[in-house]
Design a protein around this ligand. Structure first.
Ligand SMILES: *Cc1c(COP(=O)(O)O)cnc(C)c1O
Length: 355
């Protein structure tokens, strides 16, 4: 007997988030850091984690971890912080707290898929303002959409995923000034961009910042943080599941945030590898490479799906095929920067595959 009818039309129409099997592959598809911890640090973290009180529920407001995050990331004193099980959960909390049937959610398009996916699941109306072919945003068109649609929530990824560029900061501020709803700036890649709007968050009542530790070597922890005025954070906090951050994540994150010089070193190393990979790809025939402010690069080829499959099947290299997800991404592959030798393998493989 089929039980499909028990599920809402939305859920029936949805696709599960597909994560391809990566066993034995060189994994350049998910914006992860390629580096595991050095052995001494693994040992020290194991000790710290072993002391966690796994018999107890976590401290529901994660006080000590929040204090550490505020200090390490130099967050404004007049703002509060809310933790999420990844920034994915923060996106869900923001939208669950503001959803009304028909309420609108606005963002440039393409942008991070969870904005649209979560909005639509919650019966909100998602509106994307298409990027130009060079991945820049038509600022006037975006501001016009903002005034016309009056979205409950506007998402601006700074830098953007999957296109990797950075909006003008003055434009982000203009959006905060113009919007009557919330403006959520998603800084998942701030470490690679070397730029942030954190200083604007304390200045605008409707401004919300979300960040994650996923792209700086801690994707496995599932930890994101939201920064906004105490007034906004107190509302979001009602929607958060009381124990959303588990004791093992708390213990390991507290330990790792005490190792920021190591984390910064790996970020700098990835940025240097990105420059080398960009140079290598630029010298190849048959592709156009786009630079970014993130830990990934984009390449456009003649037939992205064929290149994707050959990289996967013949070279055991996994990248992300963005073809088909939005017209500006026609035949575009997204390549996460990996270890030096893996980047070299990728570049060489493309040299062999492309005419
Ligand atoms: C990766 C990414 C996220 C999700 O991060 P998690 O903390 O791992 O859930 C959010 N926004 C953007 C723009 C991203 O690229």
């Amino acid at each position: 007997m089929s039980l499909t009818h028990l599920f809402t039309d939305k859920v029936q129409a949805m696709q599960a988030y597909h994560v391809p099997d990566s066993g034995g592959m060189i994994k350049l598809d998910a914006m992860e850091s390629p580096y595991t911890l050095p052995p001494e640090m693994q040992q020290a973290m194991a000790t710290a984690v072993s002391l966690a009180s796994i018999n107890r529920y976590p401290n529901p407001s994660s006080t000590s971890l929040i204090a550490k995050i505020k200090k390490v990331f130099e967050l404004p004193d007049n703002c509060d912080v809310l933790l999420g099980n990844g920034s994915d959960e923060l996106i869900q909390i923001i939208l669950m707290a503001t959803m009304r049937p028909g309420a609108k959610v606005l963002s440039p398009a393409p942008s991070f898929v969870m904005y649209r996916q979560t909005a639509e699941l919650l019966d909100m109306q998602y509106i994307g303002v298409d990027l130009n072919d060079d991945f820049s945003l038509d600022e006037a068109a975006f501001l016009a959409a903002l005034e016309k649609e009056q979205p409950a929530v506007t998402f601006l990824a700074y830098p953007n995923n999957p296109t990797g560029g950075l909006l003008n900061k003055a434009f982000v501020e203009q959006v905060m000034q113009t919007a009557t709803g919330l403006v959520v700036v998603d800084e998942a890649y701030t470490a690679y961009a070397g730029d942030s709007v954190v200083d604007l968050i304390g200045q605008y009542d409707n401004a919300v910042l979300i960040r994650t530790v996923s792209k700086i070597g801690m994707a496995g922890l599932r930890l994101g943080y939201l920064v906004a005025s105490p007034q906004l954070v107190s509302q979001f906090d009602k929607v958060r599941m009381p124990y959303n951050i588990n004791v093992l994540t708390t213990a390991s994150a507290r330990f790792l945030l005490g190792q920021m010089s190591y984390i910064k070193e790996t970020v700098d190393k990835i940025i240097r590898h990105k420059q080398s990979l960009f140079a290598c790809l630029s010298a190849q025939n048959g592709l156009t490479v786009y630079d970014t402010q993130t830990n990934f690069l984009l390449v456009r080829v003649d037939d992205a799906s064929a290149v994707y499959q050959r990289l996967r099947d013949e070279y055991k290299i996994l990248v992300k095929n963005l073809h088909g997800s939005h017209p500006v991404l026609d035949n575009v592959l997204r390549i996460t920067v990996g270890k030096k030798k893996d980047n070299e393998k990728l570049c060489q493989a493309l040299g062999e595959i492309l005419p």
